[in-house]
Design a protein around this ligand. Structure first.
Ligand code: COA
Length: 336
């Protein structure tokens, strides 16, 4: 960071999930599986799915409204919108532009989407940090939203058991008191193994160029390879994140990880030597909501009284790309 960088304050956080709940038992109507199989391998019991007019845009709008309300910053004072959306209903107009139009955020501020899958929130926070630190923008709305259920192959019982739909949002601003809520932040990627989770857009070649073949268009995943990669990289990575920040594991109150698989979360927990009270998990009730999962886990755990604000937390995520990242943040009173 440059020495005269402007510090960042996390001003508000919110989430939104669809109303429809699909349990593991419900999935047995689609293919040969069981609650016991899914729960024992992933920690998931149920997930939410969009229906009717609900989608990643409408969920993102609801989450953004809540984050704005908590932040005390008016929609008209937002200077930039950054959306992490890897499973949106459409590629353009960007989800960010659609949120801008609906929330009365000024029409000429920049709004754009990024694709970093389940690490999306950490990526957007890193981008926002750079813009705030440089003084280029002051109030930034971050939204992380995905409607995975509409992009899955519902005959693929390996990938489709994992994902749910949801949105999270965060309003960040220039800190007025000189305290930076980002104690440390780091993002990574390794494109050489990108094929282990993919989503290809549907499309046909121009028949004048070559035979007109349609590509399949749904999420494909090599679950074993994803599991192996993340279980190998993440625990050590999070431990190093803490050390590089000049902190000790005991200096941190909570671990709020991406909710992809309970066994991966437990591996990180074990490495840090944290008790169950310090580790936030809600995967049982929401499954893997991609980019939304970290803000959803944060706000929901505050609502449930598990996480107390006025504390310090590690946020960490990983996903398609492969991407991964982590941030050690201050969670001020009143942000959610
Ligand atoms: N119900 C019952 N059986 C299933 C099943 C299901 N839903 N899905 C797969 N199986 C079967 C397979 O057909 C296979 O049977 P076989 O041995 O007779 O061929 C067996 O179970 C093992 O399949 P496999 O895919 O190797 O299972 P796994 O132990 O790797 O578990 C995951 C699958 C998806 C639960 C696991 O790999 C995982 O969680 N990976 C991480 C994925 C992840 O986190 N992705 C998101 C990253 S952001």
């Amino acid at each position: 960071m440059i020495s005269n960088a402007i510090p960042l304050r996390i001003a508000g956080v919110g989430y939104s999930v669809p109303k429809t709940v699909i349990t593991n038992n419900d999935l047995t109507k689609l293919y040969d599986t069981s609650d016991e199989w899914i729960y024992s391998r992933t920690g998931i019991k149920e997930r939410r799915m969009v229906s009717g007019n609900e989608d990643a845009v409408s969920l993102g709008i609801e989450a953004a409204k809540k984050a704005l309300e908590k932040s005390g910053i008016k929609a008209e004072d937002i200077d930039m919108i950054i959306v992490a959306a890897s499973a949106p209903p459409q590629l353009y107009p960007a989800v960010g532009c659609q949120i801008q139009a609906t929330l009365n955020i000024p029409n000429e501020i920049p709004a754009f989407d990024i694709t970093a899958a389940c690490t999306g929130l950490i990526y957007t926070l890193t981008i926002a940090r750079g813009f705030i630190a440089s003084g280029m923008y002051k109030n930034i709305l971050l939204v992380a939203t995905d409607n995975n259920s509409r992009l899955l192959d519902w005959s693929d019982r390996s990938a489709s058991i994992l994902f749910g739909d949801g949105a999270g949002a965060m309003v960040v601003t220039a800190s007025e008191d000189g305290i930076d809520d980002i104690i440390s932040i780091d993002i990574r990627s390794n494109g050489s193994i990108g094929e282990i989770i993919q989503y290809n857009l549907a499309g046909k070649n121009c028949p004048l160029v070559e035979p007109n073949t349609e590509k399949p268009s749904f999420i494909t995943m090599n679950g074993k390879e994803v599991y192996r990669f993340v279980a190998r990289v993440l625990p050590e990575y999070v431990e190093k994140l803490v050390a590089d920040a000049g902190m000790k594991n005991e200096d941190i109150d909570y671990l709020i990880p991406h909710q992809a698989n309970l066994r991966i979360i437990q591996a990180v927990q074990e490495r840090l030597g944290y008790s169950d009270e310090k580790v936030v998990t809600n995967i049982e009730r929401f499954g893997n909501t991609s980019a939304a999962s970290i803000p959803l886990a944060l706000v929901e755990s505050v609502e449930q009284g598990k996480v107390k604000l006025g504390s310090t937390a590690i946020l960490t995520g990983f996903g398609a790309g492969m991407t991964w990242g982590g941030a050690i943040v201050r969670l001020r009173e009143g942000i959610c």
